[in-house]
Design a protein around this ligand. Structure first.
Ligand code: ADP
Ligand code: ZN
Length: 604
């Protein structure tokens, strides 16, 4: 690291100041400290003064007795003797047993106080001023070359433990080993096992990766260094690398400790050897690799890193000896969601009607961060309506708020638009309900949201599903097309309201063919690979142009089939469609029960 000298400011000025401080100190503070005169006496004098009842206060220390005379003219000290009746005699002499008699300062001490302390103060002051000047002179980039600004959390301030992270049991299991190792490294070294140097926490945003890393530090009771990958990437080449060096230097001094690098993909992206590639990032990455190779295993520095795009990481980072263990941190399942809700609900006052199981079921697909947000949003809603407890309704409404945005209070939706939206949403729901395998709806609202959605359908799945059958996917596609189908049948006209439906239906249809092997033509051949599993799931095609054409044709065919099916279902149930749509149109919201009730009623 490049050390920079402070500029030559009038140093004489500082020396002058130091002299002044020393002078003042000697004049004012020292006399105060020395006020009580200290007299060292032998034990005989002490006994004599006791007999003469000339003891004011007395204090017994382990090595000496400190006391004053009746008039408090001076402080005396004497050694300790084995003197059994002393306490009683002192009591009889009317002495006050004290604890606060100022310990007489030794001459050495007084030199320290009057000379060395002010000097130290001065030096610290000088350095502080010097640093300030350096900063001002050139800004951090010119002078403070590559000083790392890793935040150090000491466990007591953070205090996050595994209990605070709900669900994610598999991830915790993996990390518990690290905690155990930090507690008792000998157990591992005895067998000859060495801990992985780096662990990669992989998963979608908001699933608690940062929290888990902090919890490891919290459980192991070791310091926690945290830095985001993007903080390493600086404007000037070489600075990121020197930050890495600095971070590791600090960490090694504090070992055992946890170093956490968030968003490691910011520096760890594949080096693609492009002309004019990002030199700075590559240097930073190289430095990180060097540092990781540089320290031996078992030195107590454990590096945790988080990313949501593991596939973009440079293979050099993930090979053995570096980040060789991968800990998946997935979106929580039903039980996980319920547990996360409960953890966050500890902070709020709940009414008795709250049922977390239902909330967790309604909030399928949400991350831990979103669930935390839902709980907080519910609490805010309770406050807004002047209640002191959070109710089930608060929580239910918050799910919609977090997923679809706030209700637009003064949204402009004309009457005819409202009618179209009612039919559109009921179209989805009715198609879903008529296909035995599709999930029933929980609730539909046609209140415009700040996210731009005009209506919102909450689908409820019974528990989490891992596998989907071909039939179920097809039904899902049909459900997506149900909104548009209703518009066609009722109004003979189509709107732009189906753009999202179209996107999702297409995605599903394409995945069936290219990834799930659910078409006769292509059998079990992968035509696509997922490149971005955790952020939207982008895919790249891996087939010839001819095949692409064929795939596109098949996708269109598949969606068309399902669209036709949806239309047919709605035509067959036209009466129910009208009935349900007008109910929604009037009430603006319909629950799953109301829906099923109307659906089950005899038509008439
Ligand atoms: P990530 O690093 O994966 O993006 P964070 O660890 O920063 O996510 O999580 C963000 C917030 O979400 C946390 O502060 C916490 O309130 C909440 N959260 C996420 N996952 C969980 C979980 N499993 N248990 C409890 N709270 C969670
Ligand atoms: Zn729709």
């Amino acid at each position: 690291m490049k050390e920079v000298k402070s500029p030559k400011k009038p140093l004489i000025y500082y020396y002058g100041m130091a002299m002044l401080i020393i002078f003042l100190f000697n004049m004012v503070v020292s006399p105060m400290l020395m006020k009580g005169r200290i007299v060292e006496v032998d034990y005989g004098t002490f006994m004599k003064m006791t007999d003469e009842k000339n003891i004011g206060r007395v204090q017994m220390d382990s090595a000496e007795i400190i006391f004053t005379d009746k008039e408090e003219t001076a402080i005396y000290t004497t050694g300790i003797m084995n003197d059994p009746g002393l306490t009683e005699r002192l009591y009889d002499a009317g002495a006050v047993f004290a604890k606060d008699i100022e310990r007489p300062t030794s001459p050495l001490m007084s030199i320290f106080l009057s000379v060395i302390l002010p000097m130290l103060i001065f030096i610290a002051l000088g350095q502080y001023v010097g640093r300030k000047l350096t900063e001002r002179a050139g800004g951090p980039n010119a002078m403070m070359f590559g000083k790392s600004n890793a935040k150090v959390y000491v466990q007591s301030t953070e205090g996050i433990h595994f209990d605070d992270v709900a669900g994610e049991d598999e991830a915790k299991e993996s990390l518990k080993e690290i905690v155990d190792y930090l507690h008792n490294p000998k157990k591992y070294t005895d067998v000859g096992a060495s801990m992985p140097k780096g662990l990669l926490l992989v998963g979608p945003p908001g699933t608690g990766k940062t929290m888990l890393a902090k919890a490891v530090a919290g459980e192991a009771n070791v310091p926690f260094f945290s830095m985001s990958g993007s903080e390493f990437v600086e404007m000037f080449v070489g600075m990121g690398a020197s930050k890495v060096r600095d971070l590791f230097k600090q960490a090694k001094e504090k070992a055992p400790c946890i170093v956490f690098i968030d968003e490691i993909d910011a520096i760890g992206k594949k080096r693609d050897g492009q002309i004019g590639g990002n030199d700075e990032r590559e240097q930073t990455l190289n430095q990180l690799l060097t540092e990781m190779d540089g320290f031996e295993g078992n030195n107590g520095v454990i590096i945790l890193a988080a990313t949501n795009r593991p596939e973009s990481l440079d293979p050099a980072l993930t090979r053995p000896g570096r980040f060789d263990r991968r800990v998946p941190v997935e979106l929580p399942d039903l039980a996980g969601r319920e547990a996360i809700l409960k953890v966050h609900a500890k902070k709020i006052r709940l009414s008795d009607d709250v049922d977390f199981h239902t909330i967790a079921r309604m909030a399928s697909g949400t991350s831990g961060a979103e669930l935390a947000n839902i709980v907080n949003e519910a609490a805010l809603r309770a406050v807004r309506s002047d209640r002191t407890v959070v109710t089930q309704a608060d929580l239910e409404e918050s799910i919609e708020v977090v997923i679809a945005g706030y209700q637009k209070k003064n949204a402009i939706m004309s009457d005819s638009e409202k009618k179209v939206v009612s039919y559109h949403e009921i179209g989805h729901a009715l198609v879903a309900a008529m296909q035995s395998h599709s999930a029933p709806v929980q609730k539909i609202t046609i209140i415009p949201r700040t996210s731009g959605a005009l209506g919102y359908t909450m689908q409820v799945e019974q528990g989490d599903k891992v596998l989907m059958t071909k039939q179920e996917i097809e039904n899902k596609i049909a459900t997506f097309t149900g909104g548009r189908a209703a518009e066609e049948i009722v109004f003979g006209e189509i709107t732009t309201g189906a753009s999202n439906d179209i996107e999702q239906a297409t995605k599903l249809a394409r995945a069936m063919i290219t990834r799930y092997g659910m078409s006769e033509e292509f059998d079990m051949v992968a035509m696509e690979t997922v490149t971005n599993q955790y952020l939207g799931g982008d895919t790249t095609l891996a087939c010839s142009a001819d095949t692409q054409k064929e795939i596109d044709r098949r996708v269109v065919e598949l969606v068309k089939e399902q669209h036709e099916k949806a239309r047919q279902i709605l035509k067959d149930n036209r009466g129910k469609l009208d009935e349900l749509a007008s109910f929604l149109y009037e009430k603006e919201t319909i629950t799953g029960e109301e829906f099923m009730e109307i659906l089950g009623k005899e038509e008439g």
